[in-house]
Design a protein around this ligand. Structure first.
Ligand SMILES: [Mg+2]
Length: 350
């Protein structure tokens, strides 16, 4: 197969602040594979978790290194390709783009969308949450109002773990709740709390009817999850603490669910393994995203019928997304009927 990679820069309508910092723009990478005149597309987007950083430069460097080796294979040789990527310690975002492209090619070759190949029921897809980043109470209220005007919002995800402390977190959450009193919400602290604050916030948030908390403690603090679980009235999901299926067994007794992302798992193949591993451990499953465009989020939407919660809103906050794919209907991100991922260049992109 032939492999071609290109960079593209996407800008956010509203910059997003989480406990680790603010993002307004990212440069992502599209990987195109070609065989028998059929193209498969995949996306890598940069992300960082603690000291673990997969930058645009690092992704491109890994693609330059691995491309000549992968070009010796056919796109249906996914097992062999996965082994090569593992041996070369290829970063997960790079692997995600390659894996998505291989699946896109397969779907286009057999002329079926992936959700149909997997036999999934898209009526089971739950609405996506949309994200309110860390902000002043007034800023958060305004952002909530913006989302309500933009689409039919069914679930809000509130980013907490402010550097200004839990009093600032509480004020911001109350401002959102006042703006959207009837919309269910959950909280993602992105590891911004210590154990004591996580216990306090969990009780406080439970009284306000918040559904669950995501990544209350930082990656590396997993030993404190057992204590938090004992005192937390709310279900606990992990995101930064869980990259692949291999991370799940040791977390399973101390959490209620995991957040699966294409860029962490390394694509659809491992995402599906994570779903199965999580369900075997009686955990709930959520699909999330980083600064992914419509391409990677449409890939995730192909598996969306398997998720209990969906948080695939990053592309909805882009002003210059070059792609179109999954449809937005009644707050749901639905894969379309086109073969493969079902992604095209958007009409407005050059
Ligand atoms: Mg998260």
């Amino acid at each position: 197969m032939k492999i071609q990679t290109n960079q593209f820069t996407v800008n956010k309508r509203f910059p997003l602040t989480i406990s680790r910092g603010t993002t307004a723009q990212t440069t992502n990478i599209i990987v195109k594979i070609e065989e028998n005149g059929i193209e498969g597309w995949g996306e890598a987007s940069p992300f960082g978790v603690g000291n673990h950083r997969q930058t645009t430069e690092k992704i491109i460097e890994s693609l330059t290194q691995i491309t000549p080796i992968l070009e010796l294979y056919k796109p249906w040789q996914r097992q062999e390709i996965e082994e090569i990527l593992k041996q070369n310690q290829t970063p997960s975002a790079t692997r995600a783009a390659i894996d998505m492209a291989l699946y896109d090619w397969m779907g286009k070759t057999v002329k079926l969308p992936l959700w149909k190949i997997w036999g999934l029921d898209i009526k089971k897809i739950v609405p996506t949450s949309v994200t309110i980043g860390i902000n002043s109470p007034e800023g958060a209220a305004k952002r909530t109002q913006d989302w309500l005007e933009y689409m039919d919002v069914k679930l809000l995800k509130i980013k907490l773990g402010s550097k200004e402390g839990i009093t600032a977190d509480q004020k911001m959450l109350l401002a959102v709740k006042e703006t959207a009193p009837n919309i269910p919400l959950f909280v993602d602290a992105n590891g911004g709390w210590n154990l004591e604050n996580a216990i306090l916030m969990s009780s406080w948030l439970a009284e306000l009817g918040v559904k669950y908390i995501e990544q209350p403690l930082a990656r590396g603090e997993e030993q404190n999850l057992a204590t938090l679980k004992k005192y937390s009235p709310l279900p606990i999901f992990v995101d930064e603490s869980c990259f692949t299926s291999a991370d799940i067994p040791q977390l399973a007794n101390y959490v209620d669910g995991i957040n699966i992302k294409m860029m962490k798992s390394g694509g659809l193949t491992e995402a599906l393994r994570m779903v199965n591993t999580a369900k075997a451990h009686n955990l709930q499953v959520m699909f999330g995203c980083y600064s992914d465009s419509c391409l990677a989020n449409t890939a995730a939407s192909q598996l969306a019928p398997l998720a209990d919660y969906l948080d695939l809103d990053s592309h909805l906050n882009l002003i210059d997304d070059p792609f179109m794919g999954a449809l937005v209907e009644n707050g749901r991100i639905l894969p379309n009927n086109l073969p493969g991922l079902g992604v095209k260049y958007s009409e407005t992109s050059a």
